[in-house]
Structure formats: structure tokens, C-alpha cells
Ligand binder design. Structure first.
Ligand SMILES: *Cc1c(COP(=O)(O)O)cnc(C)c1O
Length: 377
């Protein structure tokens, strides 16, 4: 592909830091680079406690263990999301209650959540799609009213805000991803944010195979052992070394990505005004973090036509999630409720090439070809 959909960006310091990690002679988890990444997030975003994990998927699995999900518990999750948002809770035998997306954007339609809550409901999982905040005040009010936990799937939401609060700092727990398709990357990688203090000690234990090894290394206890369930959720320090190089360039990365987003948005506004496509809408309470640029096509067929038109010119644009409630794994378990907005995004949303090094010429070409396609419609 001449213009791929995504291309990982390296800031230049990654290899230097990897080399340093190797020289440190300690490349397993919780080494010097992991600590520096933790400090970065706690200082920059004021997160109370963070722990790097091997992926966002693992951070979500930790969240499900921390809130003690048991068979019969219900968890409300949008159907328009990545598999892991739901799978983490399925692994703990929760019953997944899929909720529909909003008509403004693929995030949860918060006004429909209350109707899905019953005695068995234990948590609401919000996914900040494209880094755009859910209406968190409404979500947190509902959670308080019914005594539910809120987990933020903030995989796409680094450096984005709900009013003046950073995403990831609002729910009881939050999960971030540093997979190579995200804004800031370490290959595979993730992080759990613990905002509810009651989970802070146990999070360390679950992440360290159910042992109190973290407290031992801090000198708080004189031997460590098996105290709880857990798994191996901590990344090697070489992974953290890559991440730190990225984090040190966060502002630069974000500035460029927001620029790319703004260029798409401005250039495609005329096409949207003429009714050919719809553009993403950022609610007044949310910010844009330049994670992704999507358009909404008028039909699935037209979307396929546009994908083909771009492909002819060696450009890759891709659609996104297939409704989870209709998936091979889940459709028989789903309670039959129709989720029309989820299906709408599944069939109409198209993501345009988006990466730090997308050149102005290439971006101009993409925009020109989109106009060319619609001039024939
Ligand atoms: C990328 C992503 C994940 C998974 O992240 P990994 O780090 O690959 O496990 C989960 N949820 C959402 C919404 C994502 O975009």
C-alpha cells in the first residue's frame, strides 16, 4: 500500500532506551523504565495509581477480577466496541448486557442505560470511542444511584478529556492500550488506572500472579507468597523503555495528530454539508485527541465503493467493529433486543488513513479522491 491505514511512528529514542534497559541488566517487569512510565502518568494526568500491563485486554481482565465479577453478575457494555471490552467479563462468567450506541457518536446512549439495570447489574463499561468522551456525569450519577462500578475502556483515549477531567481518571478503574495502532505505542502494551482506593493494594497482587511480591520489593513485608488469584499481567521493562520514549514526545505526537484530524475535518465539511457523508461530532463536554478520523457513509454499498476507489489508488481505508451482539460467539446468547445504532455504525463508519507521518501531499490526495468518488454518485 502506498498509503497504509496505520503506520507506527518511532520518536528516535526507542532503541537507545531499549539498549539502556538491557544494560541495566534487568529486563523483567517493574524495572526503572516501568517506574518512569508510572510517574509520567501520575504527574501528567493526576491519576492516583497506575500499573503498566501487557495489554489493554489484560488491564480489562484485571478490572473484572478486581470488582469480583461472579457468575450471574450483569455488566452493561456497548455492542459497538472491540472484543476485549466484553471478553474480559465473559472470562469471569458475567452475563453481558449489550447497550446501543448514541445517535451522535458510537459511544453508549446513556439515556438507555437505566432501563438495562436490575438487581444483578454490577458494572457499566464505557468505551471512549475515537478518544471522544462518553457523557460521564450521567454515567457516574447512575452508578452512584444503583451502586455500580464504572470501568472506562480508555484504549483510544490518551490525553483526552471530559470537561476538565482526563479520561481514565473518572471511573473506578480504567484501561489504556499502547498497541501499535494507538497514539502512543509499545508494540503490545497497556495500563490499568486505579481511581477507587479500595482496589489499589489488590491490583498489585493480581498483576503479580496473586502474590504480594510488590510489597515485598518495597520492603513492607519480609517474605512474599500466594495470597489471592492473579496472573502475569506486567510487561517486560524493555516494553516500558519503548513506551517512555513515546511518552516523552506525547505533546509533539498529539499536536501533529490533531492537525491531521483538523485538515480532514475542514476539507470534508463541504461534502458533509451537501449531504454525501456525515462527520464526527465532538460533544461540548468532550475533547478530540486525534486518535482517529472517521466518516459516516450513506449506505454500506456506498462505503464499499469508496473503499474500492481508494484501494485502486493504493490507499487503505477500513471500516471498524462488527456489532458484538451479532457475533458468531454471542448472537445465540444475546437477549434479542435490536441495537439499531450499533448496526448503523457497523455498516456505515469508515476510518481514513491516520498516522503521525502521513504527509500533507498524501492527505491531500486522499481528500481529492474522496471528492472524486462522490462526484460520480
Ligand atoms: C485497542 C483496543 C483494545 C485492546 O487493546 P490491546 O492493548 O490490544 O489489548 C480494547 N478496547 C478498545 C476500545 C480498543 O480500541
Amino acid at each position: 500500500m502506498k498509503i497504509p491505514f496505520n503506520k507506527p511512528y518511532f520518536t528516535g529514542k526507542e532503541t537507545k532506551y531499549i539498549e539502556q534497559a538491557v544494560r541495566n541488566g534487568k529486563i523483567s517487569g517493574d524495572g526503572a523504565f516501568t517506574k518512569r512510565c508510572h510517574e509520567f502518568f501520575e504527574n501528567k494526568f493526576g491519576f492516583k495509581k497506575v500499573l503498566l500491563t501487557t495489554s489493554c485486554t489484560d488491564a480489562l481482565e484485571m478490572a473484572a477480577i478486581l470488582i469480583d465479577i461472579k457468575e450471574g453478575d450483569e455488566v452493561i457494555i456497548p455492542s459497538y466496541t472491540f472484543v476485549s471490552s466484553a471478553n474480559a467479563f465473559v472470562l469471569r462468567n458475567a452475563r453481558i448486557v449489550f447497550a446501543d450506541s448514541s445517535s451522535n457518536n458510537p459511544n453508549l446512549d446513556v439515556d438507555q442505560i437505566e432501563g438495562l439495570i436490575n438487581d444483578k447489574t454490577k458494572a457499566i463499561v464505557v468505551v471512549h470511542y475515537a478518544g471522544i468522551a462518553n457523557d460521564m456525569q450521567k454515567v457516574m450519577d447512575l452508578a452512584a444511584k444503583y451502586g455500580l462500578y464504572v470501568i472506562e475502556d480508555a484504549a483510544q483515549a490518551i490525553d483526552s478529556y471530559y470537561r476538565d477531567q482526563p479520561l481514565g481518571a473518572i471511573g473506578d478503574l480504567a484501561a489504556f492500550s499502547f498497541h501499535e495502532t494507538k497514539n502512543v505505542i509499545s508494540g503490545e502494551g497497556g495500563m490499568i488506572v486505579i481511581n477507587n482506593e479500595k482496589f489499589m493494594d489488590r491490583a498489585e497482587i493480581i498483576r503479580e500472579k496473586g502474590t504480594n511480591r510488590s510489597a515485598f520489593f518495597r520492603g513492607e513485608i519480609d517474605k512474599y507468597g500466594w495470597v489471592d488469584i492473579g496472573s502475569s499481567f506486567l510487561p517486560a521493562d524493555v516494553t516500558a523503555a519503548i513506551l517512555l520514549a513515546q511518552l516523552e514526545n506525547l505533546d509533539k505526537i498529539q499536536q501533529r495528530r490533531k492537525e491531521i484530524w483538523a485538515i480532514y475535518h475542514k476539507a470534508l465539511t463541504v461534502l458533509a454539508e451537501e449531504g454525501y457523508i456525515k462527520l464526527p461530532v465532538i460533544p461540548e463536554y468532550a475533547t478530540n485527541n486525534g486518535h482517529m478520523f472517521y466518516i459516516l457513509c450513506r449506505s454500506e454499498k456506498e462505503r464499499q465503493g469508496l473503499i474500492q476507489h481508494l484501494k485502486k489508488h493504493d490507499i487503505l481505508a477500513v471500516f471498524h467493529y462488527l456489532s458484538l451482539h451479532k457475533s458468531t460467539f454471542f448472537h445465540k446468547i444475546h437477549d434479542q433486543r435490536k441495537l439499531p445504532m450499533t448496526d448503523y455504525y457497523s455498516d456505515h463508519l469508515l476510518r481514513l488513513p491516520f498516522y503521525y507521518e502521513l504527509s500533507p501531499d498524501d492527505q491531500e490526495l486522499i481528500i481529492k479522491l474522496i471528492y472524486e468518488f462522490y462526484s460520480q454518485c
